[in-house]
Write a protein that binds this ligand. Structure first.
Ligand code: DP6
Length: 358
């Protein structure tokens, strides 16, 4: 979503753009790369992007002919931008695409200063890198006047794999692709948020510290040491992707929930099958899993579906009509010191393109 794009001076030598991008919550997890630099995954994944008022990255990029270097600040701390290969690949990738698209923007030759902020804990398993890189790539695209296309997702993917899914709202599939150059490893919308507007997500923040093993390191280790991962990739994920798409299309929460929980469990089983193991969930996370299964049993039908990324925090998919009852049950079972915040997020996502200020 573009908040602002304007020249900061009369001479038009300083252009600035501000955008926002939300996190996405993986339903079928991406875990493992077939190419480290291009960030090509070993399996397809599907996620849901949250709304732009929720867990978001907000990025302002200013380009000026007066700037000497490309620089970036994340949550007010400066990063070594020009030494960071992922950040540089995103910048160069969008500039190359702008050239190919015939962009005449003078700003293409100028250096950039980038300031980005997350309105939630960074690197605590809440998909901060997904929102951050999606926002960076989208802001660069708006800066150079190029549209949001599947090709743009191949650039966001090279910042952080999961970022490519945050460029679109609603339910999004990231295709693993088969080509060596990664040009077919793109993100594609499966269904818009409006297709299933009562789909909501609760985020239970168990712990907002930085995770011990990053997703990048964890998945590298899984690919080289897990004996289960190949079976997941070859046999289980393709069927799961097809069934999940069917469930989304039919707005079938029962099937959606079962696939979501099973895939979260399988991803953490692979993490534990990694050597040395990656332990992302803690005792509270496991208590949440037990709680959800017990809760679903008492309601007589599946009302809630948990999923955990590379951290202990739980994301719970739940339909709007069941949120209040579920929230009350959570607050009864979990003492406030085991879960810092219980945030209720409307899962209604908005496609970035639909919000552009003209
Ligand atoms: C568990 O996208 O953060 O959240 O591509 O190395 O930057 P890199 O990894 P990243 O991994 C996300 C892993 C996950 C599952 C998912 O989002 O699909």
């Amino acid at each position: 979503m573009v908040l602002k794009r304007s020249f900061l001076n009369k001479e038009k030598t300083m252009l600035s753009v501000t955008c926002k991008a939300p996190v996405n919550i993986a339903i079928i997890k991406y875990w493992g790369k077939r190419h480290e630099e291009l960030i090509l995954p070993i399996n397809d994944s599907i996620s849901m992007t949250l709304g732009t008022n929720e867990l978001c990255a907000k990025t302002t990029i200013t380009a000026s002919e007066k700037f000497q270097h490309n620089r970036m600040w994340l949550n007010d701390e400066e990063l070594l931008f020009e030494e960071d290969s992922r950040l540089m690949r995103c910048l160069k990738g969008v500039q190359r695409l702008a050239h190919i698209n015939g962009s005449q923007e003078a700003s293409l030759c100028w250096k950039v200063h980038i300031a980005s902020r997350n309105n939630f804990p960074t690197a605590a398993g809440l998909a901060s890198s997904a929102a951050g890189y999606a926002c960076l790539v989208y802001s660069l695209a708006r800066l150079y006047g190029i549209p949001l296309t599947e090709e743009l997702t191949t650039i966001a993917r090279q910042g952080s794999g999961s970022a490519c899914r945050s460029l679109f709202g609603g339910f999004v599939q990231w295709h693993r692709g088969v080509l060596d150059d990664g040009s077919d490893s793109v993100a594609e919308p499966v269904a818009s948020a409006q297709h299933w507007p009562n789909m909501h997500v609760l985020i239970l923040v168990v712990n907002d510290e930085r995770k011990k093993t990053s997703s990048t390191t964890g998945m590298q280790r899984s690919v080289t040491t897990s004996q289960l991962i190949q079976h997941r990739v070859d046999k289980l994920v393709p069927e799961r992707i097809a069934n999940l798409k069917k469930a989304i299309k039919a707005r079938d929460f029962q099937s959606f929930a079962e696939i979501t929980m099973k895939d979260s469990n399988q991803f953490h089983a692979i993490a534990l099958d990694t050597y040395p193991p990656c332990v992302y969930m803690n005792d509270v996370s496991h208590a949440i899993v037990n709680f959800v299964h017990t809760y679903n049993k008492t309601t007589g039908t599946v009302h809630a579906a948990y999923t955990f990324d590379a951290g202990p925090n739980a994301c719970i998919y739940v339909l709007k009509e069941n949120v209040a009852k579920l929230l009350a049950a959570i607050q009864k079972v979990f003492p406030t010191d085991s879960i810092d915040t219980v945030e209720y997020l409307r899962g209604l996502a908005v496609s970035p393109e639909s919000n552009i200020e003209k």
